[in-house]
Design a protein around this ligand. Structure first.
Ligand SMILES: [Zn+2]
Length: 345
């Protein structure tokens, strides 16, 4: 009888070792199960979302971004690798508001298979959204262009990560507040620096209508050659109307975008020249994707700072030496406005 019990214990031990052999066990001598938790596998459609999720998730997340630098999200179709990444993720984030217009079916399919798929813009109220003319009632999806509106996504990310990994709640909350403070500092910089552009020149003419939220936040009139999506081509009439506007307002510069063809912008410059107005290309703006990885422009803050500095320089304003990074604006860490108190449990 005793022998039988010992034999059974022995078999149990061997079985347990066998399970360890499959790779789910902790190194010898480690008694903490919690410490071995692998990072959450998180998939994000755009780099701007990935930046936020990495900031809030820290080393508790392993983030994959589907659309790299120079990729136009309006036209992007999910590849087979993307679908596999989404299907294997613990959690996925997308922008929403139809930014990822060609990925809608894929996202719906992944969500209906029981995977958690979250739209970063889901907390924005109707009145916080822009509804541009000619967009058939669709809200403008380019919310990241205003750091304050974009920051509403921080709580969306924090809560979704906490739901997936409750033991990380404290760390997610701390990281979320630090990221919010950085976005606040970016907004303060934008307000200060963009206000140096002479009032009559506060007009942003770009390849497509990505800068509506930027314009609303910082008092710039905004015109895009194409609409809020890049799906439809701009017509000759659109170009003529914009040339008319440039000439009548004597706007010194227009801007190309990293994710959109320069053709329309060059047609504007040529059109204005034919009317006797010299319009410069003021530089390239990052509209729907960040810059190259491992560069400052390849981060959300760097992308927006680049846009601010480019616009300010081209339109006659002044940038403080060193820009946002070397002249950091003191930010109140642990702000007490209570904005994030709701929903934290
Ligand atoms: Zn766009």
């Amino acid at each position: 009888m005793r022998l039988g019990t010992n034999w059974l214990a022995c078999v149990m031990a061997i079985l347990a070792l066998g399970v360890c052999g499959l790779g789910s066990c902790i190194a010898e001598g480690d008694s903490g199960v919690e410490a071995a938790r692998p990072p959450l596998r998180v998939v994000c459609t755009t780099g701007m979302i990935g930046d936020m999720v990495r900031a809030v998730g820290g080393d508790r997340v392993d983030v994959t971004v589907l659309m790299g630098d120079g990729v136009d999200p309006h036209l992007y179709k999910a590849t087979r690798t993307d679908v596999a990444a989404l299907a294997g993720a613990d959690l996925s984030f997308y922008n929403g508001l139809l930014l990822e217009g060609k990925m809608t079916d894929t996202l719906v399919r992944i969500a209906s298979s029981g995977r958690r798929v979250v739209a970063l813009t889901e907390r924005l109220d109707e009145e916080q959204l822009l509804h541009p003319n000619g967009a058939e009632g669709h809200p403008d999806p380019h919310v990241w262009m205003d750091p304050v509106s974009w920051a509403t996504g921080i709580d969306v990310v924090r809560e979704a990560l906490t739901n997936a990994d409750a033991s990380g709640a404290g760390s997610f909350a701390t990281n979320a507040e630090a990221y919010r403070a950085r976005l606040d500092a970016l907004d303060a910089y934008a307000k200060r620096v963009l206000a140096t552009v002479p009032e009559h020149a506060r007009m942003l003419v770009t390849a497509h209508d990505a800068f509506g939220y930027f314009g609303r936040a910082y008092g710039f009139e905004v015109r895009g050659i194409q609409g809020i999506s890049t799906e439809s081509e701009a017509g000759v009439r659109d170009i003529e109307r914009l040339v008319e506007l440039l000439v009548s307002r004597r706007i010194p510069a227009v801007f190309v975008e990293s994710t959109v063809s320069e053709r329309g912008v060059r047609a504007l410059v040529a059109g204005a020249a034919a009317r006797g107005l010299e319009v410069h290309i003021g530089g390239q703006l990052y509209s729907d994707a960040m810059g190259r990885p491992e560069t400052w422009e390849g981060t959300y803050l760097g992308m927006i700072e680049h846009n601010i500095n480019t616009v300010v320089t081209a339109l006659g304003g002044e940038i403080p030496e060193g820009g946002l990074r070397s002249a950091p604006i003191p930010v109140p860490l642990g702000a007490t406005d209570g904005a994030d108190a709701k929903g934290s449990s």
